[in-house]
Design a protein around this ligand. Structure first.
Ligand code: GLN
Length: 185
């Protein structure tokens, strides 16, 4: 609907996946996975609600659609949102509490090397842009932290990140998402 979707298309092309932009509920049919990109979570959920996508996307993810959520996408998935718009609704599918723009003004954007569980090789370049701060996690697996806070979590086939792998040339997380999507297929 909004945000950094083109960069995800590019990254997914690079790992050999076929992509389609989802703008109506019909676009959901036959997908093995969905990306909820970075951008502005308030705008995204408002637009999803307006075009009647919020419920169909919720149902699809609930029934096991592989999901890669980055930054605003993680906010859209979260069960609790702090510092959102008063009427900000989300999908409520990921048991985490997030504070929008929780890394504060001075640090609105920064890069950090991240050690991600189960990922071989060098650390992952984490690009954080006005990222949400995960303040609580429930029934999810934390797979990376930065300064003591979770920045990557997984729940079954949902991979949710506070940072933007699509803005780097490191394709390992997109590959992992495609692997999860293959399990769904
Ligand atoms: N601050 C944005 C929001 O609240 C997220 C920023 C991002 O996706 N890079 O939606």
């Amino acid at each position: 609907m909004q945000g950094a979707f083109a960069e995800h298309v590019h990254a997914l092309d690079a790992v050999g996946a076929r992509t389609r932009l989802v703008r109506t509920r019909d676009d959901l049919s036959g997908l093995d996975g969905i990306v909820l990109p970075g951008g502005e979570s308030t705008t995204m959920t408002m637009l999803m609600e307006r075009v009647g996508l919020l419920e169909p996307v919720r149902k699809a993810i609930q029934s096991g659609l592989a999901t890669l959520a980055t930054c605003a996408g993680l906010i859209v998935l979260a069960s609790d949102i702090t510092d959102g718009m008063s009427d900000q609704q989300g999908l409520g599918l990921l048991d985490v509490s997030v504070r929008r723009n929780g890394y504060g003004r001075q640090a609105e954007s920064f890069e950090a090397s991240l050690k991600i569980d189960g990922m071989n090789g060098h650390e992952f370049p984490g690009v954080f842009i006005r990222s949400p701060l995960v303040e609580r996690t429930g029934d999810v697996k934390v797979i990376a932290t930065y300064q003591g806070h979770p920045v990557a979590v997984q729940k079954d086939r949902i991979l949710a990140l506070c940072f933007h792998p699509e803005l780097t040339t490191d394709l390992r997380l997109h590959r992992e998402f495609v692997r999860l999507a293959g399990q769904h297929a």
